[in-house]
Design a binder for this molecule. Structure first.
Ligand code: GDP
Ligand code: MG
Length: 436
């Protein structure tokens, strides 16, 4: 079970107002959950004390327990320091990416590059992982996918030299940001640390970001600590903070090392990266969702005008198959299904269930695409035209059974109705097409 579920369990242990016994039980449960989630015992102790004192001060009850827990978590996560991305006064802002192998450095480098690109920045990535044969190729593919420049050298086997040359290129090409991807090891070793230090000395980065796997537990926290001692990290990016991740590593890194958490990665796709904002993360951990992040993402993908038009259509009940397909494409730009759902209140557990829904490859969505392809333009705009004989024709054209066509149309109607219901809430309408 996740921290979120355990928190809820703890809160439900409190039965009556001013019931010290039930508070004690709730604190016990909280303690177990936090320790199980690999939160450091000292952090747990501090947190429990805050929760106990605050709850008692406000009068024991579910509400006071909840707000005390929220406050305690916030206190831990609000380490001083920068948030999100900080640009150097004189470009290019140079960022060195460090971390263990498989932590998500290369993916995160591309996510960050794409994040900055949407802010209108000119970004160069540098491929300085020469340990794994496929590493440069991986970054090449990502670079093509997100349309961000990549500096790499086919011949050289010297990451320090490549980093220097990349910096030279970034200066010459008037880039705003240089992101340097580096090699990792399965465990920290001296050679890795020396290589990283040499790269660091060669390019004097403004930021050294450590990419930490949220699932790595106390081991992960210890390596972050080692990297910090050796490299003086300026920020941490938590990767794999997906719907069902434990969140304990976030609390431990903030508490034990005190390096600011700058971003979180919450899925394998490029848009699955968000600035780390403590109160939003606390909301997510508490199962209250993160509507703000979702709204920001949505508005980056869909223009204000487009969103208004859509809302109007939905309200009038005119949402049609063309809109549906357009929304599907927008959804893809938002990131993985799981990451989107985990931002909605109460959707955390659904998110883990839907982990594998792939917008391109799910059977349902393929069927819908095939169906829409077999419709006439009029039918796409007005689903109410779809009578029996038209449905039969569409079934033939798309290689589906009539029953399947009926089912999909029914789902679509349901989705359109849902969308209508939710159309008052900005940012929600875009999701509705898929929630059924
Ligand atoms: P590196 O060895 O540190 O460069 O790690 P990679 O960037 O190659 O990532 C290792 C694996 O983790 C890949 O399969 C990524 O798709 C996956 N990954 C990276 N970030 C995330 C994330 O935020 N969520 C999920 N679910 N997977 C991720
Ligand atoms: Mg890599």
């Amino acid at each position: 079970d996740t921290l979120t579920e355990s928190f809820r369990g703890a809160i439900n242990k409190i039965r009556f107002h001013d019931d010290e016994k039930s508070l004690k039980k709730a604190l016990e449960e909280l303690k177990k959950a936090l320790l199980k989630a690999d939160v450091h015992y000292k952090a747990v102790k501090d947190l429990l004390k805050t929760v106990e004192n605050e709850t008692k001060a406000k009068g024991i009850g579910k509400e006071s327990f909840l707000s005390a827990l929220r406050q305690g978590l916030l206190e831990i996560l609000q380490t001083s320091g920068s948030q999100g991305f900080v640009f150097a006064s004189k470009p290019p802002t140079v960022v060195l990416m460090a971390g263990l192998q498989g932590s998500g450095k290369t993916t995160t480098t591309a996510k960050l590059a794409s994040f900055l690109k949407t802010k209108g920045k000119k970004v160069l990535m540098a491929a300085c992982d020469l340990q794994r044969l496929a590493a440069v190729e991986q970054l090449k593919q990502l670079s093509a996918q997100i349309e961000v420049d990549l500096y790499h050298e086919e011949e050289s086997a010297n990451p320090v030299q490549i980093a220097k040359n990349a910096l030279h290129r970034a200066n010459e090409g008037l880039y705003d940001v240089l992101l340097v991807d580096t090699a990792g090891r399965l465990a920290i070793d001296e050679a890795l640390m020396q290589e990283l230090k040499s790269v660091k000395e060669a390019i004097h980065p403004h930021e050294v970001f450590y990419v930490a796997d949220s699932l790595s537990g106390q081991d992960g926290v210890r390596s972050a600590e080692r990297f910090h001692q050796e490299m003086a990290l300026s920020g941490v990016i938590l990767s794999k903070f997906d719907g069902d991740s434990k969140g304990g590593v976030a609390l431990s890194i903030a508490y034990q090392i005190g390096i600011p958490l700058r971003f979180i990665g919450s899925g394998e796709k490029i848009p699955d990266l968000d600035p780390f904002l403590p109160d939003r993360i606390v909301n997510r951990l508490m199962g209250a969702g993160d509507i703000e992040s979702l709204a920001e993402k949505t508005s980056a993908v869909i223009s204000e005008k487009e969103a208004k038009n859509l809302t109007k259509k939905i309200k009038k009940g005119e949402f049609n198959f063309n809109d549906f397909l357009a929304q599907m494409d927008n959804m893809k730009k938002l990131g993985s299904m799981q990451s989107i759902l985990s931002m909605l209140p109460g959707m955390g557990s659904m998110a883990s269930a839907l982990k594998d829904v792939d917008l391109d490859n799910s059977r349902e969505i393929k069927q819908i695409r095939a169906m829409v392809a077999s419709m006439t333009p009029k039918e796409r705009e007005d689903p109410s035209l779809l009578n029996g004989s038209r449905r039969k024709r569409i079934a033939l054209g798309s290689g589906m059974e009539v029953a399947d066509v009926n089912r999909v149309i029914k789902q679509f109607d349901g989705a359109a109705k849902m969308a209508k219901k939710f159309s008052g809430k900005r940012g929600m309408q875009d999701l509705m097409g898929l929630m059924n």
